[in-house]
Design a protein around this ligand. Structure first.
Ligand code: PLP
Length: 330
């Protein structure tokens, strides 16, 4: 990217309205005991986005800062979004909507788990209206019907896509990349690769665009799928990255890499590998992952180390995107 284009894109990015709802910068910590436990190899660092703050933290706070700013600018009084029954995105949306005085309607698919997932209970405590659908496929149609229903009732609803993963929401991770770049500069760090869970695509797209704007070009981004086939996520991420490019007036060309060999039996289900990764991090560092997103991503990082893909002189960053509330039921 030409430096002038880059400068203009950064300027445009900085002009996009956002709310500041989280606590930044989130810390970057060294995982020396985990490194020793896996027998050495590259240095391992962790970006603690489980500490972003509201809604029990996680990556959704960063995305919603942009999406909710736009909703408020449009005069919205209600937000509508969707997810699974344990959705971290829906929980954070419900909590931030309560904080901003907005109504919240959540379209959830799921089995009606017993005992009740903590995220679902939190949504109800925060006053969200829950609308149930039988499958993922029905969510979009129901959200559109709800928009029509609420408008008829004199409301002004704003629809937030799954995971707040559109070009606007992904700006949250462009901002996160700028935040990381500043931490790297202060500490003199260089990361050869960043590992993270990638599903609805906003996190990955924001990091991909942010890499081209703020990080050394050689930084590898490795998204680990907790659910869908790699090609599907790659194509979603690519189209969000295109949207980011359009908004910022540049073309992002970096490779989008997604691995889907850590999904196990499917969405929301632990695999033996993710369980081992979860337990190893808890035992060696006292850090909890969530069992079905970040633990699968950690399994991917540990597998790469195990296969000798990185040397002792390299540095890996694991981006902890939160989600630990999925461990709890009420
Ligand atoms: C804890 C956690 N990590 C990672 C992700 C993936 O982020 P994205 O949806 O932006 O791809 C999610 C998404 O639902 C999540 O809940």
């Amino acid at each position: 990217m030409h430096p002038m284009d880059r400068g203009r894109a950064i300027q445009r990015f900085e002009e996009i309205p956002k709310l500041v709802l989280g606590h930044y910068p989130t810390p970057v910590e060294k995982l020396a005991r985990l490194r020793a436990a896996v027998g050495g190899g590259p240095r391992i660092f962790i970006k603690r986005d489980d500490y972003t703050g509201p809604g029990f933290g996680g990556n959704k706070v960063r995305k919603l800062e942009y999406v909710l700013a736009a909703a408020l600018q449009q005069g919205a009084d209600t937000v509508i979004t969707c997810g699974g029954e344990r959705s971290n995105h829906c929980r954070v949306t419900a909590m931030l909507a309560a904080r901003l005085g907005l109504g919240c309607v959540l379209v959830l698919n799921g089995r009606g788990e017993e005992p009740k997932p903590a995220s679902l209970a939190v949504e109800q405590w925060c006053g969200a209206r829950i609308e149930r659908v039988a499958s993922r496929e029905e969510r979009a149609g129901r959200m559109e019907a709800l928009v029509r229903e609420l408008k008829k009732a004199g409301k002004n609803p704003a629809m937030i896509p799954l995971g707040a993963s559109d070009a606007l929401g992904a700006m949250g991770f462009v901002a996160a990349t700028a935040e990381l770049a500043a931490q790297m500069e202060v500490e003199g760090w260089r990361f050869d690769a960043i590992y993270f869970a990638s599903s609805s695509g906003g996190t990955h797209a924001g990091l991909a665009a942010g890499r081209e704007l703020f990080l050394p070009g050689s930084t590898e981004l490795v998204g680990i799928s907790p659910d869908d086939p790699a090609e599907e996520i790659q194509s979603t991420v690519t189209s969000i990255v295109q949207g980011l490019g359009q908004r910022l007036g540049v073309e992002f060309t970096g490779e989008i890499r997604v691995l889907d060999n850590f999904v196990g039996a499917g969405y929301g289900i632990e695999s033996p590998q993710s369980r081992r990764a979860f337990e190893l991090l808890a035992r060696t560092e006292g850090i909890l992952l969530d069992p079905v997103y970040t633990a699968k991503a950690m399994a991917g990082l540990l597998d790469a180390i195990n296969k000798g893909q990185y040397s002792e002189s390299q540095n890996l960053l694991f981006w902890h995107t939160g989600g630990q509330l999925a461990l709890f039921h009420v």
